[in-house]
Design a binder for this molecule. Structure first.
Ligand code: ATP
Ligand code: FE2
Length: 328
């Protein structure tokens, strides 16, 4: 059984073709990069509308799968930017109608979690989902993924992107900050904002920009921001592990590509007798394969939606979607 998944929640348009063993048979992606500043939703959506048809063709060709062999077409229903979500949903509806296949709605956050979980081979890990718009510590319980802790203001990736753009760089900021941080050594004291299992980043943004105005180097600032922000994420993840009496952690989302964050979480879990896992880069960032794989799980549990009821949900939360495939 093979499923095609379409991702278009924010900057990335991506199509993945995945089988029922989570083998990625084909994937084609293209990220919208604004010439300056942050993402403009309408421009990102135009990018997706232009590119998605070609990405569908390429993903199918690479996978040597004929549309007739597909079990369903899955799409990211939310959360995300309205115009971007609608671009992907429109393509998915068209394909479902054209090929006469069921349409399966997928929550983007649950998809980050599920692809990381299947690749890790861990059955029931704690999840640290650190991406552009989201920062959540998640555990499964009673029919859905429960958010145990999360950001109280912006997602960590958006914070890194915003900071980098304010410092004169371009989107995306996370990878550029990582490269600069490797050459930094001085630790500037930044607000360490942990509230129980929640975190906040806006105070760090203000403080980092103030240090820059006082002459802090980009390398030292990047280093200080990474050490502070990733320590906060590691702390709340450890607290969640302790409360839930678990030992293993899976990372997901674009910021989970970061080697320092991976290292901190690894050290923390190993110190507790457990282990951690992060997917390879292409499957940490937004990708169609995670939508296809989660679409397969959902479809196997009976989840389909009629085209006329398949409206996108820009604010759909992780803990509001049922995950019947995890029952039992
Ligand atoms: P969401 O899942 O919240 O919708 P998203 O769709 O914006 O997030 P992802 O592709 O999951 O996107 O993550 C993108 C984010 O990951 C960007 O903010 C980017 O700066 C960040 N990022 C990518 N690589 C790295 C890295 N090596 N270190 C830190 N951050 C990174
Ligand atoms: Fe994402």
């Amino acid at each position: 059984m093979v499923i095609l998944g379409i991702e278009s929640t924010a900057h990335t348009a991506s199509v993945g073709v995945v089988d029922d063993q989570a083998r990625i048979l084909g994937m084609a992606s293209d990220m919208y990069r604004p010439p300056s500043g942050g993402i403009h939703p309408r421009e990102a959506a135009n990018h997706h509308v232009e590119l998605l048809p070609g990405l569908v063709t390429k993903a199918l060709q690479d996978s040597h799968v004929d549309p007739a062999e597909l079990e369903a077409v899955a799409f990211a229903q939310g959360p995300g930017l309205g115009p971007c979500l609608r671009a992907g949903a429109t393509v998915a509806r068209t394909l479902a109608l054209m090929w006469d296949k069921p349409l399966v709605p997928v929550n983007h956050c649950v998809a980050h979690v599920e692809i990381a979980r299947v690749l890790s081979g861990m059955d029931d890990p704690m999840l640290l989902y650190a991406s552009g718009g989201n920062t959540q510590v998640i555990a499964y319980g009673s029919g859905r993924y429960r958010v145990l802790g999360e950001t109280l203001d912006v997602g960590i990736g958006n914070f890194l992107d915003k900071l980098w753009i304010a410092l004169g760089g371009t989107f995306p900021g996370g990878p550029a900050i990582e490269a600069h941080a490797q050459r930094g050594s001085r630790l500037w004291t930044l607000p360490y904002s942990v509230h129980g299992m929640d975190v906040a980043f806006s105070g760090m943004l203000t403080a980092a920009l103030a240090y820059r105005a006082k002459g802090a180097t980009l390398e030292d600032l990047a280093y200080s921001v990474e050490v502070t922000a990733y320590s906060m994420l590691t702390e709340i993840t450890e607290r969640a592990l302790a409360h839930r009496r678990r030992t293993d952690v899976v990372l997901g989302g674009g910021v989970a590509c970061n080697a320092r964050l991976q290292g901190m979480v690894r050290a923390m879990t190993e110190g507790r007798g457990g282990r951690s896992f992060a997917p390879p880069r292409a499957l940490c960032v937004d990708n169609g394969a995670m939508i296809a794989w989660t679409g397969h799980l959902a479809y196997s549990a009976g989840r389909v939606v009629a085209v006329e009821r398949s409206a996108v949900e820009p604010r759909q939360r992780t803990d509001l979607v049922a995950t019947p495939w995890r029952a039992g």
